[in-house]
Design a protein around this ligand. Structure first.
Ligand code: ZN
Length: 364
């Protein structure tokens, strides 16, 4: 029996709506009639940009069609030509923009990383946030290669530029491309203290596994990135944060995961069961799933699938799920028309469309 606002029968009709929507993939195309508040007022939280001088930080997917990649690259820098018209056409009132993967986490030189983070945030502020304050907000880029510097930049971005949180693209390279540091390591304590004090969420965004740790994908370049590797990497990273006791040490810290939870939500029950048999010295105050419900928000970015949305709402609750697209990697019209057609109703629909994001990010 379904215990959330999407009934099983309605889920099927939502799935069909998603399939229909997938046939339309022009970002300038309207998602449908903007007749209800949720169809006009959507807030999208995993929407990416690049900045001049940051081109080398952009992950280039293997095997992508050249013309398609040029289209994406063009849109990473764009504000007025494609992005705002697509938002208008599809009822996206606001994008919370962030530097695309690998972003600052892919810069192995700590000194350069610090400078690039500052440059990226200043660019976002001038081109997006201050130029269009009612349409754009932002997550800060930070150089976790130096946790104290990351803390300083997060504080500057939030208190001076008005950014709403921090987005981190997975582990951080330090020194070279095969050295990575995950955010549960003790050295990152100053960063977590800082963001908890600022009372802003951290969006844990995917990247590929370290180049030296891709045996499982050998001969399968198609799997290493967004098809599978992104989710596997990010789910494991989020689970590391939980089992490290991070949220017992920082009980007010909030996180965001995209892509309907990177597969992690579906695995929580089994993870809990086996963690109890083999905790390997780890001690947590609460069951794993409770950390998900207390510390994680989940967005729909790039995973426009009603049965999965249904499961995520059941696991984490309707007040922790938020609409997103993953523009320009995903098509805004497709994401918006799936969401506008999925069988969420009434208050539940408004919560996912914009109310949860407004509350979490303290948006007007
Ligand atoms: Zn993304």
């Amino acid at each position: 029996m379904s215990i959330n606002p999407i009934s099983r029968r309605a889920a099927l009709s939502g799935m069909l709506a998603g399939v229909t929507a997938a046939m339309s993939s022009r970002d300038s195309q309207a998602a449908g009639t903007a007749s209800t508040p949720s169809k006009r007022n959507k807030i999208a939280l995993e929407e990416h940009i690049d900045f001049p001088g940051g081109e080398h930080l952009v992950f280039h997917p293997t095997g992508i069609d050249d013309a398609h990649w040029r289209r994406i690259s063009e849109r990473l820098f764009d504000v007025e030509q494609f992005r705002l018209p697509a938002m208008d056409a599809n009822g996206v009132a606001m994008q919370v923009v962030s530097l695309t993967a690998n972003g600052i986490q892919g810069e192995p030189d700590p000194r350069r990383a610090i400078d690039l983070a500052r440059t990226a945030n200043d660019w976002v502020w001038s081109k997006f946030v201050s130029a269009h304050p009612t349409r754009f907000s932002a997550f800060a880029a930070v150089a976790l290669q130096d946790p104290q510097a990351a803390c300083k930049e997060a504080e500057r971005a939030v208190t001076q530029l008005g950014f709403k949180g921090v987005l981190v693209n997975g582990y951080c390279n330090v020194g070279d491309e095969n050295t990575g540091e995950y955010l549960d390591l003790p050295k990152f304590a100053p960063f977590w203290e800082c963001v908890q004090d600022l009372a802003v969420p951290v969006y844990l965004h995917p990247r590929c596994p370290l180049p030296s740790q891709r045996l499982i994908y050998q001969g399968h370049d198609e799997m290493v990135a967004a098809m599978w590797g992104f989710g596997a990497e990010t789910a494991a990273h989020a689970l590391r944060l939980i089992t490290s006791g991070l949220f017992d040490r920082y009980p007010r810290q909030q996180m965001i995961l995209g892509h309907l939870g990177e597969g992690l939500v579906a695995m929580m029950a089994r993870a809990q069961r086996r963690f109890e048999y083999t905790p390997c010295g780890k001690h947590l105050d609460k069951p794993l799933a409770q950390y998900m419900r207390d510390h994680f928000y989940i967005t729909t970015s790039g995973n426009f699938h009603t049965p999965t949305l249904d499961g995520v709402i059941t696991e984490v609750g309707i007040d922790r799920v938020m609409f997103s697209v993953d523009y320009p990697y995903e098509d805004m019209a497709e994401g918006a028309s799936w969401f506008d057609g999925c069988p969420l109703e009434g208050q539940a629909r408004e919560q996912v469309a914009h109310l949860n994001a407004q509350r979490l990010l303290k948006l007007a």
